[in-house]
Structures are given as structure tokens and as C-alpha cells.
Unconditional design. Structure first.
Length: 423
């Protein structure tokens, strides 16, 4: 049952290539149905993000990977030479290994990032809705989710800060243990502030105020995190409410001066305030750090936290790789066991047919008035003889032919004690 994973990602291709092979969300179901319309592609799922486009397929034979690559190229209207240098292809065990690594964030731009797992879950749901997931891919995806959850629980792969936004929020959690009772003021609405807002929201911060030059942009972000938006000139009116201030704008001059911060602290009765200035040039006057009860950190101060976080994640990644190697072996064992399903089914059907035939005879004997004890003895004897006849004949022939490896296999198959062996 060949399994194939192929694609293009941030390690193999520049963004100009990745853009050409991405799938629009609204076209994914149609693309999946088109792909599985090929007679040799039985199941398929597509993961398409800004950093990767990957196809996971169950095919008739391994050589069908060429069919999938051709479909992928034609779908995006690209020549072979445009994509061939950037595509990676993983068959069977390597495919399972790759998918588990991707789901656990080990193949991500930021080591251990958790967003990829949610993206894989979305890809799975889309494929289910498109009707292109069967028993094999269904099992693979459920197994993937389970392993990713185990690695998140058993290692520190996602718990250590490796981004400026994550580091800022980690610092805030160290200073303010009871997050739901505190307020954060975020200045700016760029990517770093957006990430900080999400981290704060996920960690249960009480209130979020977002200040930006363009209030509409701040309002969009505020809606996502149950916060509210204000314009930059309104900061002074709200500064005293903030226990945590994170600022990242492109302003050439400081937005928060020492005087404004001093007035806010007076209103707060000198309750501690954490201020994280991520901007370059700085948004907060450095002299503010001299004020009592102000804990001011710059992007350089956060770098140490980030480096420590990266070190922790790399150690966790090594643990995760060991877990993945074990889990890949388990999944491949399950996959190989499918090869025995047909044989087991036929053997069971034959045994059940023998049982039914012998039961009919036993009932006739009872109907003729024979004693139940005799009928039971006859049925047990007859069933035993019928069930062991064919295997016994084959083992005798194997001995006659000197095929002792077949006899050894029979001992394993029938779970026979080695002490009974005669050869």
C-alpha cells in the first residue's frame, strides 16, 4: 500500500517558487478531487501554507509518484524544469517520518512552532470534506495528531520563547503571575505586536488595549483578541491602566517619554509596570528605566531569553526525534500488518464454513436422538481434525522437502513451545 509525501518548502525553494505552487483555500477541495480522479491515486490530502505546499497520497504502486508530480506541475501550469529542482519526494517510511516531523514543528522556520499542527488539522478536514481520505490516510493523520500531542506533553519543544513577542510575554508572566487580573497596552499593530497580542490572549490576560496611528488597523487586531483600540494620542489617558506595555512602532522619535510615564505611575500609586520596547529606534525614553517600579527591557535584553529558549528547544527536538523514530516503527508495523488482512479473512471464512458444516451434522445427530454427550465428543473431534488437516499436511510435506524454515515459521505462527521440536 504505497504512501507518498512530496512537496516544496522554505528549505528547498525561494518564496517566488512557493507562491507559484500554493493552493487557494477555496480551490483545495476541487484540486483534491481532480487528483484522486487518477485511477492510481486512491487517497490524497494537501497542506498549503506560506512556507510549504505538500501532498500526501496513497497510491497503487510507488512508481505512481511520477503521476502526482505531473499533476502538480500541470495544475499550476509550470514547466518541469521550473519545479523539478525544488521538489522533495518521500516514499513509505520516510513519508511517515516526514509528516510526523512537520506536525511537531521540527521542520518549521521557527523550531517547534505550534501553528503548523493546526494547519495540518485544517488540511485533513478539507480532504475529509472532499471525500479524498480513506482508511489509510485517516489512520495516518489521527496517528500524527496523537504523536504531536505526546511530544508537546513530554518535551519542551513549544514552551520556550524563541521569538521577540513570545519572550516579551514570557517575561510578563514571570513578573505578573495572576494574568487575568492585569491589563496590557500594546503600541503598534505590526507582526510582532500581533503575535504578542495573541500570546497574551492565549495566556488569559485580563484586558488588552491596542494603540496605533491608524485606529482601524488596531481595531481589526483588537477584535481578534477581545481588546479595544485607541489612537496614539490617547495613550496618556490609558497608560495608568496598564501593568504591561509592549511597544513596536516605526516612529523615528520616542512615543512614551519619561514625564508621561512618571505621571502614570503616580496615578497607579506606584504599582509595578513592565515596559518592553521592541522598536528600533526606541519607542520609550531610556531614562524611564530609572523610575521606581518601572521594569524596562529593550530588544537586546530579550535576546538572552530567546537564545536560552532556542537552546531548550534544540534539546527538546532531540528528544522529539527519538519519539518520532519509535512511533514511525509502530505505524509501519501497522501498515505491514494490513498485508495479512486478506489471508486472515480467508482463513477465518474457511474455519467458519467448516464449523457451520459440522454443526449441521451435529444437529441432525441430536434430532435422531443421539446423546448430547456423544454428539459433543464427535463435534469436538471432527472440528479438530478438519481444522488441523491442511496445516498438518503442509508441514509433513515441508519436512519431506527439507523446507525447515517453513516448519520454523509454523512454530511461530501456531505459538508452539520450542521444547516440543523434533528436528
Amino acid at each position: 500500500m504505497p504512501l507518498i509525501a512530496l512537496g516544496i518548502n522554505h528549505k528547498t525553494a525561494p518564496v517566488k517558487i512557493r507562491e507559484k505552487v500554493s493552493f487557494a483555500p477555496e480551490r483545495l477541495e476541487g484540486a483534491l478531487q481532480e487528483l484522486t480522479a487518477h485511477s492510481n491515486v486512491n487517497e490524497a490530502a494537501i497542506l498549503s501554507t506560506c512556507n510549504r505546499t505538500e501532498l500526501v497520497c496513497h497510491t497503487d504502486k510507488q512508481e505512481d509518484s511520477a503521476v502526482i508530480v505531473d499533476w502538480f506541475r500541470h495544475y499550476h501550469k509550470l514547466d518541469a524544469e521550473e519545479v523539478a529542482p525544488f521538489i522533495y519526494l518521500h516514499p513509505e517510511q520516510r513519508a511517515v517520518h516526514h509528516i510526523l516531523r512537520v506536525a511537531c514543528g521540527l521542520d518549521s522556520l521557527i523550531l517547534g512552532e505550534p501553528q503548523i499542527l493546526g494547519q495540518i488539522k485544517n488540511a485533513y478536514r478539507t480532504a475529509v470534506n472532499a471525500g479524498t481520505v480513506g482508511s489509510l490516510l485517516g489512520k495516518l493523520f489521527q496517528y500524527t495528531f496523537s504523536v504531536a500531542k505526546q511530544i508537546r506533553s513530554d518535551t519542551a519543544i513549544g514552551s520556550s520563547p524563541v521569538s521577540v513577542a513570545f519572550a516579551a510575554v514570557s517575561l510578563a508572566k514571570q513578573i505578573f503571575s495572576d494574568f487575568p487580573k492585569h491589563t496590557a497596552l500594546l503600541v503598534g499593530a505590526g507582526e510582532t505586536i500581533e503575535l504578542a497580542a495573541r500570546h497574551l490572549h492565549e495566556n488569559g490576560i485580563g484586558r488588552i488595549i491596542i494603540a496605533n496611528r491608524t485606529v482601524e488597523k488596531a481595531h481589526v487586531l483588537a477584535q481578534e483578541v477581545n481588546g479595544y483600540a485607541i489612537a496614539l494620542p490617547e495613550i496618556s489617558a490609558h497608560l495608568a491602566e496598564a501593568d504591561i506595555v509592549i511597544s513596536s512602532t516605526a516612529s523615528p522619535l520616542p512615543i512614551l517619554g519619561k514625564g508621561a510615564i512618571e505621571r502614570a505611575m503616580k496615578s497607579r500609586k506606584h504599582l509595578p509596570m513592565l515596559m518592553v520596547d521592541i522598536a528600533v529606534p526606541r519607542d520609550i525614553e531610556p531614562e524611564a528605566g530609572d523610575l521606581d517600579d518601572i521594569y524596562l527591557y529593550t530588544v537586546d535584553d530579550l535576546q538572552e531569553i530567546i537564545e536560552e529558549g532556542l537552546k531548550t528547544r534544540k534539546e527538546a527536538a532531540n528528544q522529539a526525534e527519538e519519539i518520532i523514530d519509535t512511533e514511525v516503527s509502530h505505524f509501519m508495523g501497522w501498515l505491514r500488518s494490513l498485508q495479512a488482512v486478506g489471508t486472515i479473512r480467508e482463513y477465518r471464512q474457511e474455519a467458519e464454513q467448516t464449523r457451520d458444516t459440522e454443526l449441521v451434522k451435529a444437529r441432525r445427530m441430536l434430532a435422531r436422538g443421539e446423546s448430547p454427550e456423544n454428539v459433543l465428543q464427535w463435534l469436538a473431534h471432527g472440528l479438530t481434525n478438519k481444522l488441523i488437516h491442511a496445516p498438518s499436511a503442509q508441514m509433513r510435506q515441508a519436512g519431506y522437502d527439507g523446507r525447515f524454515e517453513l516448519l520454523e515459521a509454523a512454530r511461530v505462527l501456531f505459538n508452539l513451545n520450542d521444547s516440543n521440536s523434533n528436528h
